[in-house]
Design a protein around this ligand. Structure first.
Ligand code: MN
Length: 197
């Protein structure tokens, strides 16, 4: 049983102009695919050869001798979650159960967006900004490189990739502009609501 590269949930040009088809060609077609190819090579013939991604992540988290396996498995998982966190019809104020939970956790939607964008902008180097559930309460967190909330007992609700490959073709060094546009135009609140269950 190999780890598969899931289909994108939309066409490669569907997120333009916020994220271009050119970025998705490389980000999905090269970067995400490379993590899938790498993890399959790394687990082939070993005790994790038939494990699913979550199991591989759980069993290798914090194990320095298996950092390569963890990093590639977590990057496959994070990217699949990121594509689902975005929608051509997303962005703006949420509807559904997530809306009230955001007000409870952050005060209001504007404070939520400020905290999420700040987490992404202040992640030094490569990583991810996340909306997660911890003990039933929403919170913002960030992870470095391949690290993922599911390795820390947190339930991911939405994520934004802040590795340079996520935005450099479209925004060059302007990471805050990318974050602002994703929040305003692409965050998939239907996906967020489903993740609350
Ligand atoms: Mn990425």
């Amino acid at each position: 049983m190999a780890i598969l590269l899931p289909d994108l949930p939309y066409a490669k040009d569907a997120l333009a102009p916020v994220i271009s088809a050119n970025t998705l060609e490389f980000h999905y077609g090269k970067h995400h695919k490379a993590y899938v190819d790498n993890i399959n090579k790394l687990i082939a013939g070993g005790e994790l050869a038939d494990a699913d991604l979550e199991t591989i992540i759980e069993k290798t988290a914090g194990d320095a001798s298996r950092a390569g396996i963890f990093n590639n498995a977590a990057q496959v998982w994070n990217h699949t979650f990121y594509w689902q966190s975005l929608s051509p019809k997303g962005g703006g104020r949420p509807a559904g159960p997530i809306a009230a939970k955001i007000d409870t956790a952050f005060g209001n939607y504007d404070k939520f967006t400020e905290e999420l964008k700040n987490a992404g902008a202040t992640q030094f180097g490569s990583g991810w900004a996340w909306l997660v559930l911890e003990g039933g309460q929403l919170k913002i967190t960030k992870t470095a490189n391949a690290d993922t909330p599911i390795a820390h007992g947190l339930k991911p609700i939405l994520t934004i990739d802040v590795w340079e490959h996520a935005y450099y073709l479209d925004y060059q060094n302007r990471r805050p502009d990318y974050l602002g546009a994703v929040v305003e135009k692409l965050l998939n609140w239907d996906f967020a609501n489903r993740n609350l269950d």
